[in-house]
Each structure stands twice: as structure tokens, then as C-alpha cells.
Write a protein that binds this ligand. Structure first.
Ligand code: TMP
Length: 216
């Protein structure tokens, strides 16, 4: 397996989508064969699970249900899409992955990290991203950006600021504990500065094609 697995994380409105498009363009310019995908989602079945997860009418959804659906979508996504692409040597760029589960279902909903780790180990068998970009931004700034876009909000976007403060803190704590995997980007900087930081990290990965955290 020589493809790399890159994930993007952050609270709402931190600029993941814009920078995902940037990463996609940069990899294309470098001639890196890659696919772009997202979680929850990325395959037909996982996208169907996403619809259930994001449906704002489902206010009765229990945290455990939410957690298991995230991993159900992920199990399908991994086996059907991510691993086969990487086996073909492709890089895979995913808008969110398991760090989001620790941040949202763990820190914000209150499920223990030990419980999440048990399911993670079962589903992923040690598989981890090679690099995770965390787009970090004060929560109120991100929420204002989302509000100014207008449009429908999903079940998560309806949560209060305190919920997203917990999510943000969890991401930063995870990055602090494993700095070799994470690249925390100050998303309040001008976009070209954020993107210069992204390129620096991607270039490092490109220069080390045989080194992956998955040891393959
Ligand atoms: P998105 O808005 O980035 O597309 O992500 C959809 C929502 O799903 C977002 O609010 C974060 C949430 N989410 C979790 O709560 N746990 C997870 O494991 C993932 C992948 C996403």
C-alpha cells in the first residue's frame, strides 16, 4: 500500500471545504493520483446513513445510536472505498474521519474515549490517517460564518456554542498528544497563509513516499 490517507477536521465554518478543494487541486498539479471523499458518507450506503445522522427531525437520537451509525458508515467506507483506493496506490483525502467521533460523540456528547477506542480498533484494525489537518477557529467566528451562508442547518449545526467549544478543545488535545500526525492550522489567518502551511505538510508527505504511519 503506497497511497496516503489525509483527513481534514475542524468545527463548523472553519474552512474545510475551501481547503479540501485547494488540496485536491494541489495534488492534481503534482500528478498525485487521488480521490476525495467525506464522512459520514463516501459510498452509497454510507451516504444513506449520513442522511439519518444529519436529519434534524431525529431529535430523539441517542448518543450510542449516533456513535454506532458513525462507525457503521465508516466500516462500509473503509472497505468499499478507502482501502481499495490506497491498495491501488492512490492518496485518499477525507473530509472528516475518526477524530470527529472522539470530538463530537466523545467530548461533546460524553461517550468515553475508551468505548470509542474499542469500536475504532474493531472497525479500523489499527488503520489511521497519515496526516490530519485541523482547521482551528474560535467557535463564535465559525458559527457566524455558517449563519451568514444561510440555508438549512443539519442536526449537528443546531447544537449550542458550548457543544462546539468541547469539540474544538478535543481536537486540540488530540493534536497535542500526537503532534507527528496532526497539523493544526490557524484558520483565522488569511487564506493564502493557511494554504502555504498546507502545502508545506503535503510536500513533506510527498517527499517521503514510503513512510506511512500504517507501516505499509
Ligand atoms: P460536515 O458538516 O463536516 O459534512 O460533517 C457532518 C457532521 O457530522 C458534522 O457536524 C460533524 C459530524 N460528525 C460526527 O459527529 N462524528 C463523526 O465521526 C463524523 C465523521 C462527523
Amino acid at each position: 500500500m503506497s497511497g496516503k490517507f489525509i483527513t481534514l477536521e475542524g468545527t463548523e465554518g472553519a474552512g474545510k471545504s475551501t481547503n479540501l478543494a485547494f488540496i485536491q487541486d494541489w495534488l492534481s498539479e503534482q500528478g498525485v493520483d487521488h480521490i476525495v471523499t467525506r464522512e459520514p458518507g463516501g459510498t452509497e450506503i454510507s451516504e444513506a446513513i449520513r442522511e439519518v445522522l444529519l436529519n434534524k427531525d431525529y431529535t430523539a437520537m441517542q448518543s450510542e445510536t449516533e456513535l454506532l451509525l458513525m462507525f457503521a458508515a465508516r466500516a462500509q467506507h473503509l472497505k468499499e472505498k478507502i482501502l481499495p483506493a490506497m491498495e491501488q496506490g492512490k492518496w485518499v483525502v477525507s473530509d472528516r474521519f475518526t477524530d470527529a467521533t472522539y470530538a463530537y460523540q466523545g467530548a461533546a456528547r460524553g461517550i468515553s474515549y475508551e468505548r470509542i477506542a474499542e469500536i475504532e480498533n474493531w472497525v479500523q484494525q489499527g488503520f489511521q490517517p497519515d496526516t490530519t489537518f485541523i482547521f482551528d477557529l474560535p467557535v463564535d467566528v465559525g458559527m457566524a460564518r455558517v449563519a451568514s451562508r444561510g440555508g438549512e442547518t443539519d442536526r449537528f449545526e443546531q447544537e449550542k456554542q458550548t457543544f462546539f467549544e468541547k469539540v474544538r478543545e478535543a481536537y486540540l488535545n488530540r493534536a497535542e498528544k500526537a503532534p507527528q500526525r496532526y497539523s493544526v492550522l490557524d484558520a483565522s489567518q488569511p487564506l493564502d497563509q493557511v494554504q502555504a502551511d498546507i502545502v508545506q505538510r503535503l510536500q513533506q508527505l510527498l517527499d517521503n513516499p514510503t513512510v506511512t504511519l500504517n507501516g505499509q
